[in-house]
Ligand binder design. Structure first.
Ligand code: UD1
Ligand code: MG
Length: 448
């Protein structure tokens, strides 16, 4: 992103790009400059401190405005300020706004304008041709999309939107991102894994389907975090671990030829880690604040934005292994093939101060064909536990990863359960990196 940038045709780069998620036609390569990244890290430290200090100060304000939820896994079921993701999100945005000039500082210094006379009026025109307009537009659009989602998430916390809208709104908020992708890159070709090349060739151009995939990525990321929730620290904790995993992956890739895309991703991920880390400290057991749907929307869009514009959407999905599992496991209830209560979070037992599985009750005979099929398949593979079965009525656990963990380990303290699920998230991130690196050579030609 500086004046020494040169544009190369990726077709001539060789096989090193083969493990990337797509093949951009052109890529700007410039001598690596770490100072904007260091500056970003410094901004992030300040953002962490600001988020950590501001949250306790605004708690009462949120409660008086009606943003509060009952902590269902506590003896006194006290009210906790909700939608606090709006604070971490707002500080994230402020950090990004202040950071905008930094990566472009060198170019901004060299921008010049000429005065020309047009229709009897003096007009200032841009005389500089080296300013990286496309990177600048990507940057601003990424911020715009995240800003939109923060607003929509806050609207959800305030108005309790229907599930239909929860799916629809992130799709709309992604449109500017897809538009910029189309104008700047429009690379919709994917490299085919080695075992399938005999059948379909070296690469496939997915065209419009690739845009559908990217749009769905944002919808998936936002909702996947939101449905793996309900115990103290889990929403913020899983997002924090995913973000750290993305940062590790980006840092590893900084030495590669695509370092600009990964640097771009780090500009967003570092402030995100900082603000989420501060929020997590207040959300950790016993929660002083709840993050709300605002946080899930904001997080999902941040991940989608860096994945799309950093060109690593498939790798991003690898960091979502627990969320993908939880989504697939939840499908029967999400699409109402099996009754889904308003809350599927674990059931609290005040006598033992532990949480255990929450349940749903239904008559299998009254389910649709697909509902019955899913119920029998899940039962056959023993991924659900039948608690009670009488008069054709069945009571079994809700289909969530949290309940599955409780089935495996038994009733436990809420904090222990959060820790176990976060350890699983870390293990899956390590697995994702193994698949992405040593594993990738089985399926793709990996260059040096
Ligand atoms: C999603 C889940 C729902 C789960 C809820 C918990 C699906 C389809 N929906 O719904 O099953 O119960 O998240 O967030 O899977 N809460 C706690 N302790 C916590 C966090 C939340 O008790 O640590 C409770 C509070 O009452 C809080 C409420 O959950 O007010 C937030 O629920 P909300 O985010 O509105 O639920 P959904 O996202 O609609
Ligand atoms: Mg929620």
């Amino acid at each position: 992103m500086d004046n020494h940038s040169v544009t190369v045709d990726m077709g001539s780069v060789g096989s090193a790009q083969s493990v990337r998620d797509d093949i951009p036609t052109t890529q700007v390569i410039s001598p690596g400059s770490l100072w904007p990244l260091l500056c970003n890290a410094l901004f992030s430290l300040v953002a962490y401190y600001a988020t950590f200090k501001i949250i306790p100060k605004v708690k009462e304000m949120f409660v008086s405005a009606g943003f509060a939820g009952v902590d269902m896994s506590k003896k006194d079921r006290h009210k906790v300020p909700e939608a606090m993701g709006v604070v971490s999100g707002a500080i994230f945005l402020i950090t990004m706004f202040l950071f905008i000039p930094v990566p472009f500082a060198w170019n901004l210094a060299s921008v010049s304008h000429n005065d020309v006379v047009f229709a009897n009026q003096s007009v200032r025109v841009h005389a500089d041709s080296v300013f990286p307009h496309s990177e600048f537009v990507e940057f601003i659009t990424a911020i715009l999309c995240i800003c939109c989602m923060l607003f929509l998430g806050f609207a959800d916390d305030a108005l309790n939107l229907r599930w239909r809208d929860k799916l629809f709104l992130p799709t709309i908020a992604t449109l500017p991102l897809l538009m910029v992708y189309y104008v700047n890159c429009n690379s919709t070709t994917i490299i085919v894994p080695k075992p399938l090349r005999e059948l379909v060739g070296y690469s496939i151009n997915l065209g419009l389907l690739y845009y559908v995939f990217m749009g769905m990525l944002a919808v998936f990321c936002t909702n996947a975090i939101n449905i793996l929730a309900g115990i103290n620290g889990l929403e913020a904790g899983q997002s924090f671990i995913i973000a750290v995993s993305v940062a590790v992956f980006n840092i590893i890739e900084l030495r590669g030829i695509y370092h600009e895309a990964y640097t771009f991703s780090l500009y967003f991920i570092l402030p995100y880690i900082a603000t989420t880390g501060a929020l997590l400290r207040h959300n950790w057991y016993p929660s002083q604040v709840f993050v709300g749907d605002t946080f899930c929307y904001f997080s999902g869009m941040t991940f989608a934005v860096v994945a799309v514009l950093g060109h690593f959407s498939k790798t991003m999905l690898l960091f979502f292994i627990p969320q993908i599992f939880n989504f697939l496991y939840s499908v029967p209830q999400l699409f109402r093939f099996i009754p889904c209560p308003r809350h599927r979070l674990p059931r609290y037992s005040p006598e033992t101060d532990t949480v255990s599985i929450s349940t749903t009750t239904f008559k299998p005979a009254q389910l649709s064909f697909l509902g019955r099929l899913m119920y029998h398949v899940f039962r056959m593979f023993r991924v659900i536990r039948i608690v009670k079965e009488e008069d054709g009525m069945v009571e079994c656990n809700n289909f969530t990863l949290i309940n599955l963990a409780l089935l495996v380990f038994g009733p436990t303290h809420e904090r222990t359960l959060t820790k176990r699920l976060l350890i699983l998230q870390i293990v899956c991130s390590c697995l994702a990196l193994c698949i992405r690196y040593p594993g990738a050579s089985l399926f793709y030609d990996v260059g040096n």
